[in-house]
Unconditional design. Structure first.
Length: 183
């Protein structure tokens, strides 16, 4: 009788061992760890693709001349250098025959409105600010100055121009520029 009962006890013990220890361990801890391993494998693959792309871009950057890189940095700066910008505009104005004064820098309204209340980050990849300047000079000199601004590498827009009348032919101009740079 014991010889017939012993296999049944072993089968019940095996089922209990499977249900109590092996099955929960296999479906719980091992499944979680397997999912983490897969996530890490995906992250490693992404990191490897990133390294390859970084090497490719670095080699492409090395092929660009230093003069071209300097022009690109001038055109797409990653910050705004207010002092250098004012010096550049003043130099351009002096070459054009006008005199600049009353520089005023303020955050642009466009930039203030570019934030969405549901998001913490701004929606645009660039930043901007407004630079207001007073200029005094003749109309042809002012046109020459604006042509120089238009042909400069610096990304800026003329947002507003106010001309104050003069009987002498020397006018006072209030000009607002919008400057851009990458975030």
């Amino acid at each position: 009788m014991i010889t017939r009962l012993l296999p049944v006890v072993f089968v019940i013990a095996a089922i209990g061992l499977f249900a109590g220890y092996i099955h929960p361990t296999y479906t719980g801890d091992i499944t979680t760890v397997s999912a983490e391993i897969e996530n890490y494998k995906l992250a490693l693959e992404s990191a490897e693709r990133f390294k390859q792309k970084e090497v490719q871009l670095a080699s492409e950057k090395e092929q660009i001349s230093s003069d071209q890189l300097l022009r690109l940095e001038t055109f797409l700066p990653d910050s705004v250098d207010n002092v250098q910008l004012i010096l550049d505009l003043n130099s351009l104005a002096a070459r054009s025959g006008i005199q600049l004064s009353d520089f005023d820098i303020a955050q642009s309204e466009e930039d203030e409105n570019s934030f969405d209340s549901s998001q913490l980050a701004p929606q645009t990849p660039y930043d901007s600010l407004d630079l207001s300047v007073s200029a005094v000079g003749s109309y042809p000199a002012f046109r020459t100055f604006l042509a120089g601004v238009e042909n400069s590498l610096r990304p800026l827009d003329v947002v507003e121009v106010i001309v104050k009348d003069s009987a002498t032919g020397v006018y006072t101009y209030e000009v607002t520029f919008r400057l851009y740079w990458l975030r």
